[in-house]
Design a protein. Sequence first.
Lengths: 136, 121, 141
Amino acid sequence: MKKITDWQYICMLILNNLDLIMQIKEIAKTLDATIVVGDEATLSTEVKYGFATDLLSDLLKIDKNKTLLITGLATIQTIRAAMVMDVGAILLVRGKKALPEMIELARQNQMVLMEYKGSMFKACGILYQAGISPVY
Amino acid sequence: MEITVKKLAEHLQLKCISGCDGLQKVVRGVYVSDLLSDVVGHAEEAQLWITLHTHPNIVAVATLKNLSAIIISGGRIPESETIEASEKQQIPILLSSQTTFQLSGQIYRLLYADNEENRIS
Amino acid sequence: METFEFTIKGGDFKSIGYVSNTIKKIMHARNINPRDSRRIAVAIFEVETNIILYATQGTISVLFDNDKITVLARDEGMGIADVALAMREGYTTASDDIRRLGFGAGLGLSNIKKNSDITWISSIVNKGTQIVLIFFLTLVL
């Protein structure tokens, strides 16, 4: 984990207020996540917000674009709920694997699907430190 | 030095609404999940649990796994049965208006930031 | 007025979200305001989820007018004993199986109400439920 000095921390706070944007490929690199669905174009998509939940009804309440969904619910319903919410990028945590039908649907709809071996806590922790904002 | 639920709650300005006699419990890590079966299967003893659930089953799960406390995120309010159960089991329930994502991010920084001043342990 | 109808099988978990996403694509093709499109898709998602999780079968009809979209849903199944109670956030009758699928947070009906302009729900226990939702569209000039 990178060491953060005081002034870097202050800069990060400022950046948070300036709405830091990361490309999905940077997120994958930061977490060392596996990209299961994604190409050069979709991996260059910007992400501003992170939203972590295992409950789809909770996802249905967000109102921001450029959001990364962080979830341990590796089901096709997750992909559909993400589509309804225009969430184009999903990070599966806890070492969960994407099912073939999920991969197919994500690919058909030009989404990005990534797998992360670590916990939801760690994914949120790392991305929050990196400057990704909460949806509210 | 060990971190207690109380210390974390103070740093994060979280309100304890029930089971507050258990605030002196030591925290050994954090588990973030809204799937009860996942928490039952993978959470570890003395962890702090962050979830959006408000029903009494969360206390049952926390008791079963010997978790230190539960933080309910997103400004949600627990049901009265949940509050009763938490009092009975002395498992603190803390409330946060923040999203699970932000709450996790802040706790992560408090516990694991390399910068000594940001860390509370 | 154009109508799209869908038949839904109870227990067909893999289809959750199919109707809402299909309607979403239709709305997109008709240049419906993205705000409206999202809230309508969310409401339909919750409606179809409820039918699949709690009913034996159901239908959803979506009627497109120039200034509004109407959603009619009816199902056969366990019904809702107390609609007002069921509308409360956090209230759920979900089983463990349903929770394992990531549902059952008790947010479905309240999400439906929040997103629609007119919400009408009628239900008879052990018979079924009928829902009428009206969404007034903000026309893009």
